[in-house]
Ligand binder design. Structure first.
Ligand code: ARG
Length: 460
């Protein structure tokens, strides 16, 4: 026998390199609080069904809460030979309370223990991430409401298309986040299922009551099948999928923020506290926060691919491969949390440069479609109207004049049906106000949409 907790059948100690190679304590110590919660609930359940005495349960729970304090104070001595967070804590418990500590692992395996710990951790992480996501959505909706009348060019192919309101653009972002929020909450449902009681893979011979443990730990229910319970990491993949889609969205927002802060667009200013300078070019103010969010998207995509590949072709039930789930998952949690925090702080502080936005919309012939629609209302077929307006745009390009800057006579060269009422439709304000239906960019619609978004957030 060797002196490991599983050393009974071994005749030589683990190779020193293999000991380090197989250990996970350097990163899974992050699960300590969840591991202790799970152990307390397990001991309480064992006492309830008569496998432990109440005194034994009491000693275990007291010992574990002291260990929790030691860890919080940074006094706990983590040991690599003890391999992982679970055996470190159990060994310390036995140090403290003696033989009773060795009874904690009755009817349990590290396989169901670690799966339970990660799920508890993910539940806490999801709840913290949701707080930041809500803060970001609220900030975005408030800014959209304030900017419901602010006109900017809308783009397709990154070419000026039609005028929109800045509020409408922000609410488009908000819709992306609303879907991400649904995905997060949906993922939480499948996270919140309890593996504990599956033991190594087949269940246990003790008269455990999994409903009691599930209730103590706030899980919705015990996992249905012990083999699946110890081997399933779908919830981790689902979370990182959520994170990847969220960051895909945030990278799109970032890209727009970066473009808009450039001198060439000059649509917005970001307060200095969200930017940094250059060590060589004294004039520079760089939009680092959106750039980094855009960049961090890549590492989270990498974690998604890593976890999918980790699980690929694994036979039932637990395999040591699964120890590799933690680092990508932790990093995805941290990255998403940081990106959301950065955005939730920064978005409400965006300062639109309204005159520049307005001028950019005016210069790009963004009301050309409005003129075509006007001609259609006067009886011209749409294809003919398209042609007529195309010619007037060509004229405007040559003369360096927007449609709204042309005289009635100039416009009438292209169609005799044009009358002085055309000027209402050629203004940017007229153009946005005319798109006055649910989902449209009219300022009144934007205010109504912001109100609906606020109500949806209020009932969460
Ligand atoms: N450190 C392991 C993990 O993270 C815990 C479970 C190990 N179980 C085992 N039989 N080796 O997955």
């Amino acid at each position: 026998a060797t002196n490991q907790s599983w050393g009974g059948r071994f005749s030589e100690p683990t190779d020193a390199f293999v000991e380090r190679f197989t250990a996970s304590v350097s990163f899974d110590q992050r699960l300590a609080a969840q591991d202790i919660r799970g152990s307390m609930a397990h001991a309480t359940m064992l006492a309830r069904v008569g496998v432990l005495t109440d005194d034994e349960r009491e000693a275990i729970v007291t010992g574990l809460s002291e260990i929790r304090d030691e860890i919080e104070r940074g006094e706990f001595q983590w040991s690599v030979p003890l391999e992982d967070v679970h055996m470190n804590i159990e060994a310390r418990l036995t140090d403290k309370i003696g033989i009773t500590g060795k009874k904690l692992h009755t009817g349990r395996s590290r396989n169901d223990q670690v799966a339970t710990d990660i799920r508890l951790f993910m539940r806490d992480a999801i709840d913290a991430i949701e707080v930041e996501l809500i803060r970001l959505r609220e900030g975005m909706v408030a800014l959209a409401d304030r900017e419901a009348d602010t006109i900017m060019p809308g783009f397709t192919h990154l070419q000026t298309a039609q005028p929109v309101t800045f509020g409408h653009h922000l609410l488009a972002w908000q819709e992306m986040l609303a879907r991400d929020h649904e995905r997060l909450l949906d993922c939480r449902k499948r996270v919140n299922v309890m593996p504990l009681g599956a033991a190594a893979l087949a269940g246990t011979t003790y008269p455990i009551d999994r409903h009691v443990t599930a209730e103590l730990l706030g899980f919705n229910r015990p996992a249905e099948n012990s083999l699946d319970a110890v081997s399933d990491r779908d919830f981790a993949i689902e979370f990182v999928s959520f994170a990847s889609i969220l960051l895909m969205h945030m990278s799109r927002m970032s890209e727009e923020l970066v473009l808009w802060t450039s001198a060439q667009f000059d649509f917005i200013d970001l307060p200095d506290r969200f930017c940094t300078g250059s060590s060589i070019m004294p004039q520079k103010k760089n939009p680092d926060v959106p750039e980094l969010v855009r960049g961090k998207t890549g590492r989270v995509y990498g974690h998604l691919m890593g976890l999918l590949t980790l699980m690929k072709s694994q036979p039932l039930a637990y395999n040591k491969d699964n120890q590799e789930d933690k680092e990508p998952l932790f990093d995805a949690v941290d990255t998403v949390g940081d990106c959301l925090k950065a955005f939730a702080d920064m978005v409400p502080a965006i300062e639109p440069k309204k005159v520049n936005m307005f001028e950019a919309a005016r210069k790009g012939f963004s009301t050309a479609t409005d003129l075509a629609d006007y001609l259609v209302r006067k009886g011209v077929a749409f294809r003919d109207a398209h042609e007529i307006v195309g010619e007037s745009v060509a004229y405007g390009l040559k003369e360096e004049k927007d449609l709204s800057e042309m005289s009635l006579d100039e416009l009438r060269q292209f169609s005799q049906v044009i009358e002085s009422d055309v000027f209402e439709v050629l203004t940017l304000e007229g153009s946005v106000a005319a798109r006055n239906h649910i989902g449209g960019t009219a300022p009144d619609q934007v205010r109504a949409a912001a109100q609906r978004a606020r109500e949806a957030l209020a009932v969460l």
